[in-house]
Write a protein that binds this ligand. Structure first.
Ligand SMILES: NC(=O)c1ccc[n+]([C@@H]2O[C@H](COP(=O)([O-])OP(=O)(O)OC[C@H]3O[C@@H](n4cnc5c(N)ncnc54)[C@H](OP(=O)(O)O)[C@@H]3O)[C@@H](O)[C@H]2O)c1
Length: 291
C-alpha cells in the first residue's frame, strides 16, 4: 500500500502501516456551516492535512465543501469521521457510513471511528471491519473506549483499532489508559488537547514560564508536549491567528524536565463526560440527532 505524503510535518504510523499527520484540525462546536467551512479552508491553507469531524457535529457537508474549495487534492488529505451512537449495529452503521461519504462528497475515508462505546458497538465494528477490508476506509478506530471496552472489542474482532481518541490534556492525562493503548499498539489521540480552551490551563504559571523561554504561547507548549508524548493531536479553533499559532509548533523542542513539568499537572479530573458513568451512557443512548 502506497502511503500519502504530508510534506513539512511529522506523521505517526498506525498499526496497519498507514501514516497520519501528527497534528490535525478538530471541528467540534463550530457555530454554523459557514464558520466551519471558513475555518477548514484556513486550516488547509495554513498546512493542516488532517481534519477530524463526526456525524454528530453536523458539519460534514461544510468539511467536504472546504476540501473541494481548498485547492488541495483529496489524496493529500487525511479525513476522519465518526459513527454516532444512534447508528450503532451492523446494518445501521453501514448506512451511516454511506451518508457520511455523501455529505463529505468523498469516495472513501482515511479513518472512521466509533464515537462512544455504547449500544451494539460490536455490530458497528463488524461493519467497520468489512468497509476497511473493502478499502472504503483506510484505518478504523475508536473513541472514549476504556480498558474494559477495548478488551471486549479485542475478544470479538479480527481487525484491531488503530487509534483510541480520548479526553486528554495536561490536567487530565489518563496515564493508565495511555499505557494500555501503547502496549496494544493503539495510538492515543487526545480530544480537547487544549482543555477546550480552559482559562486556568492556558494561564498556568509553570506553562507560561516555559512558553516565555521559547518565545511561544502556552497553547503551543501544550501542543508540543502532546506531540513529544507520541500523541496525534487535533486542536480546534475558528480564529485565523490561532489556527496558525497551533500549527506553528514544529520549530522547538521541550526538554525532559519541561515534559515532566507538564506531566506533573495531571489532576485526574475530567473536564467533560465520563464514559463509565451509567447516567451519561443512558443519556447518550437516547440522543437522536437529525443526521
Ligand atoms: N471523540 C470525542 O468524543 C471528542 C470529544 C470532543 C472533541 N473531539 C475532537 O477534538 C477536537 C478538539 O477538542 P475541542 O474542540 O474540545 O477543544 P480544544 O482544541 O482543546 O480547544 C478549543 C477551544 O480553545 C480555543 N483555542 C484554540 N486554540 C487556542 C489558542 N492557541 N489560544 C487560546 N485558545 C485557543 C478555541 O477558541 P476559538 O475557536 O474561539 O479560537 C476553542 O474554544 C474537537 O474539535 C473534535 O474534533 C472529540
Amino acid at each position: 500500500m502506497q502511503n500519502k505524503t504530508y510534506t513539512g510535518q511529522p506523521v505517526v504510523t498506525l498499526n496497519n502501516g498507514v501514516d497520519i499527520p501528527a497534528l490535525g484540525f478538530g471541528v467540534w462546536q463550530m457555530e454554523n456551516l459557514n464558520e466551519c467551512e471558513s475555518a477548514v479552508i484556513k486550516a488547509i491553507q495554513t498546512g493542516y492535512r488532517m481534519i477530524d469531524t463526526a456525524a454528530i457535529y453536523q458539519n460534514e457537508t461544510a468539511v467536504g465543501q472546504a476540501v473541494k474549495d481548498s485547492g488541495i487534492s483529496r489524496d493529500e488529505l487525511f479525513i476522519t469521521s465518526k459513527v454516532w451512537v444512534q447508528d450503532h449495529g451492523y446494518e445501521q452503521t453501514k448506512k451511516a457510513f454511506q451518508k457520511t461519504l455523501e455529505r463529505l462528497q468523498m469516495e472513501y475515508l482515511d479513518m472512521y471511528l466509533i464515537h462512544w462505546p455504547y449500544g451494539d458497538f460490536l455490530g458497528s465494528w463488524k461493519a467497520l471491519e468489512e468497509l476497511y477490508n473493502e478499502g472504503k476506509i483506510k484505518a478504523i478506530g475508536v473513541c472514549n473506549f476504556t480498558v474494559e471496552k477495548l478488551e471486549e472489542l479485542k475478544a470479538n474482532s479480527t481487525v484491531p483499532p488503530v487509534i483510541n481518541q480520548i479526553e486528554l490534556h495536561p490536567v487530565f492525562q489518563q496515564k493508565e489508559l495511555q499505557g494500555y493503548n501503547k502496549e496494544n499498539n493503539i495510538i492515543t489521540q487526545p480530544w480537547s488537547p487544549l482543555g477546550n480552551g480552559n482559562a486556568d490551563l492556558l494561564n498556568n504559571a509553570q506553562l507560561k514560564s516555559i512558553a516565555e523561554k521559547y518565545n511561544k504561547t502556552v497553547a503551543q507548549v501544550i501542543l508540543r508536549w502532546h506531540l513529544q508524548e507520541g500523541f496525534v493531536v487535533i486542536p480546534k479553533s475558528v480564529t485565523p491567528s490561532r489556527i496558525e499559532e497551533n500549527f506553528n509548533v514544529f520549530d522547538f523542542e521541550l526538554g525532559d524536565e519541561e515534559m515532566n513539568i507538564v506531566r506533573s499537572l495531571d489532576t485526574g479530573k475530567r473536564l467533560f463526560f465520563d464514559p463509565k458513568d451509567p447516567e451519561w451512557e443512558e443519556k447518550m443512548l437516547k440522543v437522536v440527532a437529525d443526521i
